[in-house]
Each structure stands twice: as C-alpha cells, then as structure tokens.
Design a protein. Structure first.
Lengths: 72, 191
C-alpha cells in the first residue's frame, strides 16, 4: 500500500505505456479493518495506522480499483 | 513523496521477505472477493493464501484458447479461475518472483486437474516472455508492490499482442499522503 499510486498517476502511466481505452471499472474503499484481513499487515503496523491516521480516514485509507485497458 | 523515502532495493527486500514468510490458513480474503460458485473446486492451497484486493476476473475478457499472463500469481487462485476459462486450448502463464508461490500455484493447478497452467519465475519489471505473446494480462494487488511501476506497465504492453487486454486490480491512494511512519514501515510496502 505504501507504494500505491493515485488513480490518476496509474492511468497516466498506462497511457505512456501505450494502452488505450482505459476504464476504471470499480472502486472500493479500503479501511484499516480491511487491511487486518491480510497477514501481510502486522499487528504493529495496524496499531501504528490506528494511532496516526485521523478517525475520518480509517475507513478509507486506500481504494481498490479495477482498471481495464487495451494495448494500442 | 513515499517513493523518495526508501531505496528500490529496500522495497524489493521488504516485499520479498514479507511474501516469502506469509503463512495463512484463513479464507477470509478469498471469501470476501469471490462467489461460492467461483470458489467451488479451487484447492485449499490457493484459497488459504489468497492475497488479492478485488475480483478483476469478472471484468476480464478471457476466451477459450487465449494465452493469459497472471502477473504476480501468488498462490494461484486467479490463475486457476482464468485457466478454467481459457480451456485446454489455451493456457495461463503464472508469473511470480518467489519459487514458494509458484510451488503453491503448481500444486493448486494439479489438484484442480488443470494442465494448462504454466508457472514462470521472474520479475514483473523484466517479464521473461517474448513480445506480443499473450492475449490478456491479469494482475491482482501486485503492481503497487513494484518500485518501478512505469517499467512494469511497459512490460505488460510489450508482451501483449496489439489489441490485447490488461485487466488489473490494485490499491490506489488519494492525493493526501499517509503518515510517514506508515509509509516507511516495511509491512506497509508488502501489504
């Protein structure tokens, strides 16, 4: 997650790579509770996130997007 | 900003170590993302280690006979589901940088009775396939792990045939940055 792009940057990189007809088909907010489903998020990291991320963002710290494109 | 906080080699090391050591017996992720019908017949080894972020396969145009590249296949759940759709006349190339993941994918494919899943060890920044050799690239929660995302997407474009499809699910962030303590935490680069 720390290396994730913004959706705009992701789409721009796809365009630069030669993709066309780029569509963002789904967007689902990802909160800290969603992260806790994944064993990759350690208890320590989850605790750090709960401590530092403002309450109004804990349910939307990232967005899971589905993006489809065609090679031009 | 986050990309300036750590070196590429550090990031690769964090990701590699985190995925190598992951050991899960929870089906929570698989059951969240896929329907019971989709999961029917998928071997436990693939269900228990599913680490994707969405069900992109519902949007992927995968036809019988297609060659599909699963970029960062992990334990193989998406490779299994895609291989059912390509049928025996097509194939899925399951690419991952960790032999441990490829072993799980191969075991899952064998248990599922699929002989059209081929595992391939390699980096997504240097996909070991020839130009224009695949019809569709799928990837689930993987591109964000690379410190060289533009390179990854250029490689996807290179291996796809003209008109071929890329269908990815990935984590994106909004403009506001996460706290530096989160961005520099090794587990935050893998998770």
């Amino acid at each position: 997650m720390a290396g994730a792009l913004t959706e705009r940057d992701f789409v721009q990189k796809l365009e630069r790579a030669g993709f066309i007809d780029i569509e963002v088909l789904e967007r689902a907010p990802m909160g800290i509770s969603d992260c806790a489903l994944y064993p990759l998020f350690t208890d320590e990291l989850l605790a750090t996130m709960r401590r530092l991320i403002p309450p109004d963002r804990v349910d939307r710290i990232a967005v899971c997007a589905i993006i489809r494109a065609r090679r031009g | 900003m986050s990309r300036d906080l750590l070196h590429q080699d550090e990031i690769r090391g964090f990701v590699r170590e985190a995925y190598r050591s992951v050991d899960s017996e929870s089906r929570a992720v698989a059951e969240k993302l896929y329907s019971p019908e989709e999961l029917e017949g998928v071997p436990a080894v693939a269900l228990d280690h599913a680490l994707g972020v969405a069900n992109h396969l519902r949007h992927a145009h995968i036809e019988p006979g297609d060659t599909v590249l699963d970029l960062g296949c992990g334990s193989g759940i998406d490779s299994i589901l895609a291989a059912r759709r390509t049928g025996s006349s097509g194939r899925v190339i399951a690419l991952d940088f960790l032999p441990e993941m490829l072993e799980r994918t191969a075991a899952a494919a064998e248990e599922a009775g699929l002989d059209n899943v081929e595992t391939l060890e390699g980096e997504m920044e240097a996909i070991p396939l020839s130009d224009s050799s695949v019809d569709c690239v799928i990837s689930n929660g993987v591109v964000n792990l690379s410190p060289r995302k533009a390179r990854v997407l250029a490689e996807c474009s290179r291996v796809l045939r003209r008109g071929g499809e890329l269908c990815v699910a990935d984590v994106t962030v909004e403009e506001e940055e996460l706290p530096p303590e989160v961005l520099t935490h090794p587990a935050a680069w893998a998770g």
